[in-house]
Ligand binder design. Structure first.
Ligand code: EPU
Length: 419
């Protein structure tokens, strides 16, 4: 799926179910390295980052395989594991950073070539490293790799994150389960994926309290068993389906996904003029008339407006009446998709060094040749092309398959003309 052909202008109708969240299952696969019994994760989408994670697990000596939508990992003795992450897997995805803590705990030393992932601006890992250092690890940075060692076991600590990083909270949660004594993490991220990691670790026998709040306490030193675990549904995929209905018009139902997981996005769609019907584990988005802009969106940590949904919101606002702004407080280059929006005939401007997108809604968009700049920006261009008259070609669509198993196929089942 490197190029997607889209013929816009068809309203959507139907029902979709998101797979489990990429940003939950990727760190969970890394956490399974801590377990002394097999783990099985259900409803896992076929994504290139999941394939990369399975290859990484096997490359460091662990057991990992997929059977249908279930991914199983199984334990191996410490002596058969290596703490050297191969550059091919480290460079292919940002989530290779989640292997720092488990491999450090299991092998006593870990070497990670600098992690890859979407180019959203600088993505430092200083908080991951500061937290591990506070637990007694020694960190060495070189131009192309991170090396961490421990002498003896990590120890519990009282650590304040300088900002609520999702990735660093996950790293420190994993490490804290293996440290001697209690760890208190203050200023922790509160995203559903953090709660999911805590639920998984608890299912394996760890003692974790406070996940989902800024203060998390972990009682360390317990040996972890395995678990059969259903990770949380993908709230960003669910928001993408909701945004598709808002862009193309029609009615789309998302099932097996509590609407509370993406409330900030649904409230945005409601304010824009969509009708939202909420159930306990499903919701329907209906768009019948032209939407209203005039919105000022600011991204932030949970439960604020999610950074990953900022490009999707932009796609919705391209044809909404009035001027809107979207400011991303987390990443510097969220709006690389603006070039593609312009090619479709949209009126947008990137400001504040890349952090802010201004959208002045136009009446119509037209088909164009587009390039996906990154995962969510690529998805946003696909949605924008759905409401453009005529044909569009979206190149570099491999970025999209890092986060969605088959987004064109999903949209096709709703009646969109895309393949
Ligand atoms: N940050 C630091 N130092 C650190 C860690 C983070 O300065 O040590 C900064 C980052 O540069 C960024 C901010 O803190 O400005 C937030 O970063 P965070 O660590 O929360 O994000 P992440 O763990 O790198 C995950 C998701 C992202 C998602 C963000 C925010 C994964 C693999 N990635 O990234 O998802 O946008 O949380 O919710 O879990 C995506 O799915 O395409 C994606 C980019």
């Amino acid at each position: 799926m490197q190029t997607i052909h889209i013929t816009g202008g068809r309203p959507l109708s139907g029902t979709l179910r998101p797979a489990c969240a990429k940003n939950s299952v990727l760190p969970l696969l890394a956490a399974s390295l801590l377990c002394r019994a097999p783990c099985a994760f259900t409803h896992v989408p076929r994504l290139s980052d999941v394939d990369t994670s399975l290859a990484l697990l096997r490359a460091v000596g662990a057991g990992a395989m997929r059977q249908g939508t279930t991914v199983t990992t199984w334990p191996v003795p410490d002596c058969t594991l290596t703490g050297a992450v191969p550059p091919a897997q480290a460079g292919a995805m940002r989530s290779s950073v989640f292997y720092l803590a488990p491999l450090l705990c299991r092998c006593g030393t870990v070497r990670l070539p600098l992690p890859g992932g979407c180019r959203l601006g600088p993505r430092p890992v200083d908080i991951h490293l500061a937290g591990l250092t506070a637990m007694g690890a020694q960190v060495e940075l070189s131009a192309d790799a991170i090396r961490i060692t421990r002498n003896g076991w990590l120890h519990g600590t009282d650590f304040t994150l300088r900002l609520p990083s999702v990735g660093a909270t996950l790293t420190l949660l994993m490490a804290a389960t293996q440290a001697a004594g209690d760890t208190v993490l203050r200023g922790a991220a509160c995203e559903p994926e953090i709660v999911d990691m805590a639920r998984f670790l608890q299912a394996c026998g760890a003692s974790v309290t406070g996940a989902g709040t800024p203060v998390i306490t972990v009682r360390g030193g317990r040996e972890l068993s395995g678990a059969v675990f259903a990770p949380v549904p993908d709230r960003i995929a669910a928001a993408t389906y909701a945004a598709a209905a808002a862009c193309a018009g029609g009615a789309v139902t998302v099932e097996h996904c509590p609407p509370a997981l993406l409330d900030s996005f649904l409230v945005f769609l409601e304010r824009s003029g969509c009708d939202i019907q909420r159930g306990r584990t499903r919701f329907t988005v209906t768009r019948q008339r032209r939407l209203q802009g005039g919105q000022e969106l600011v991204t932030g940590g949970w439960p604020a407006f999610a950074t990953d949904t900022a490009p999707l919101a932009a796609a919705v606002l391209l044809t909404a009446a009035g001027e809107s702004t979207i400011r991303d407080t987390l990443f510097q280059s969220r709006f690389a998709c603006a070039e593609g929006f312009a090619a479709l005939g949209a009126d947008t401007a990137v400001g504040e060094g890349g952090r802010c997108l201004t959208v002045r809604g136009v009446e119509t968009l037209h088909g164009a040749r587009l390039h996906a700049p990154d995962l969510r920006g690529g998805a946003a261009l696909l949605l924008a092309a759905l409401c453009a008259g005529g044909e569009s070609l979206l190149y570099d669509a491999g970025h999209i398959s890092r986060g969605y198993e088959d987004l064109p196929g999903d949209l096709h089942t709703l009646g969109a003309l895309c393949r």
